[in-house]
Design a binder for this molecule. Structure first.
Ligand SMILES: *Cc1c(COP(=O)(O)O)cnc(C)c1O
Length: 387
């Protein structure tokens, strides 16, 4: 990493200092790497010999300089499973899921949080703060407990008791907030300003996206340095889709993949679909979604700071954005459990509903190689399996 650059106004800043958002325009900062130098160490052969199977596998293009700060609970390197039974029903030969439910704390949030906590440790941070729909708070509590530092977690009052307990038993300082995730975000910002905590809100600091980037690195390696035709991603704040798009760009510069990119598909619930609406209307930014309502808590994000980045990756890839109804998500959860033996959280199951819709609309062809992101395990949402 040689510097941080603003994705909006191109302002540069020092990568040896802790940063949150761009000091000039307030938008999203990205770490930039010396990829020519990285090329000397990273080749297909050398990667194959590596014995690190977590987010630090390609540490040369990760934001933490010293290995002692690269903590791990075994996040990443999740399996890609072929969905033969569901695929057969849908007439698809090449339908896959990346099962992110096998990460620590049961969701892919562990990837980004691992990267952000590690970088924080390297720069001397002792106290972290986060607004969360639940999963990010659980992941932050796990990694800060592991590193013997502190997490302050702002969650909505209606966060399931199971997740609240999870945060508390891992020593997270839980604070209940009235309102939605953006209201929790305001509280987190106040705590940052007042007490100097490091605010690791989605895309409001430049390191979580690097942890999520590893999903793109892994899937490229898994498919022998080719990419699927379509990637379907359940979108809240959008770190994953934005991170994967960054991964593909870096891999191409490193000479590990060619210019063939997947069409990126963003899925949201019809109860909160600001990105889908902005995509349909051809807008650069999304408008705040009023009265957000969906049982897929990770998708209940009425406004995302990285909206322009999400929309950019969808458009540059010739992708699309779809909304799905909660009732269909629920049915998809049950269908996948029954047919494939995989229990998904609601957010993750939204990708199953989306793939069905996209086959119907002919956006997806029967021959396409399609990868769904199973972002969370159904075991993290025990209440959602009740009749
Ligand atoms: C947070 C979350 C999402 C949304 O991820 P973003 O990177 O915020 O778009 C999807 N699924 C699950 C299970 C989540 O916890």
């Amino acid at each position: 990493m040689i510097k941080l650059v603003c994705t909006y106004c191109k302002q540069e800043c020092d990568s040896n200092e802790l940063h949150t958002t761009c000091g000039s325009c307030g938008k999203v900062l990205f770490p930039i790497y010396d990829l020519e130098k990285a090329k000397e160490f990273i080749s297909k052969d050398s990667i194959e010999k590596r014995k690190v199977f977590n987010i630090w596998r390609l540490h040369e293009i990760m934001p933490v300089y010293k290995s002692i700060y690269r903590i791990s609970l075994g996040e990443g390197w999740t399996p890609i499973v072929r969905l033969s039974n569901l695929g057969k029903d849908l007439g698809m030969k090449n339908l896959f899921i990346k099962d992110e439910g096998q990460n620590p704390t049961g969701t892919f949030k562990s990837r980004g949080i691992c990267a952000a906590v590690s970088k924080g440790l390297e720069l001397g941070v002792k106290e972290f703060v986060i607004p969360s729909a639940g999963n990010a708070g659980a992941a932050l509590s796990a990694y800060t407990a592991h590193a013997s530092v502190t997490a302050h977690v702002f969650v909505q009052q209606d966060t399931p008791s199971f997740i609240r307990k999870e945060i508390e038993v891992m020593n997270g300082n839980l604070i209940l907030v009235e309102g939605l995730i953006n209201d929790a975000g305001k509280q987190a910002k106040i705590a940052q300003e007042k007490y100097g905590y490091f605010d690791v809100s989605t895309l409001k600091e430049p390191y979580r996206v690097e942890g999520k980037k590893t999903m793109g690195l892994e899937l490229a390696e898994h498919f022998n340095w080719t990419l699927p035709d379509v990637i379907i991603y359940p979108t809240g704040g959008g770190t994953g889709i934005v991170g994967m798009w960054k991964a593909f760009e870096e891999l191409e510069t490193l000479g590990l993949i060619d210019g063939q990119r997947p069409r990126m598909v963003s899925v949201q619930s019809s109860g909160c679909a600001p990105i889908v609406q902005a995509f349909k209307e051809g807008k650069k930014h999304a408008e705040v979604w009023n009265n957000s309502k969906t049982f897929a808590a990770g998708l209940r994000v009425p406004v995302a700071i990285g909206d322009y980045l999400i929309l950019q990756s969808i458009r540059e890839s010739n992708g699309t954005a779809v909304m799905v109804d909660d009732i269909d998500i629920k049915n998809s959860m049950l269908k996948l459990a029954k047919k494939e033996g995989i229990m998904l959280s609601p957010e993750a199951a939204a990708t199953i509903t989306a793939v069905e819709k996209l086959i119907e609309s002919s956006f997806i062809n029967p021959d396409d190689k399609v990868l769904l992101f199973g972002t969370g395990s159904g075991l993290t949402t025990p209440n959602e399996w009740r009749d």
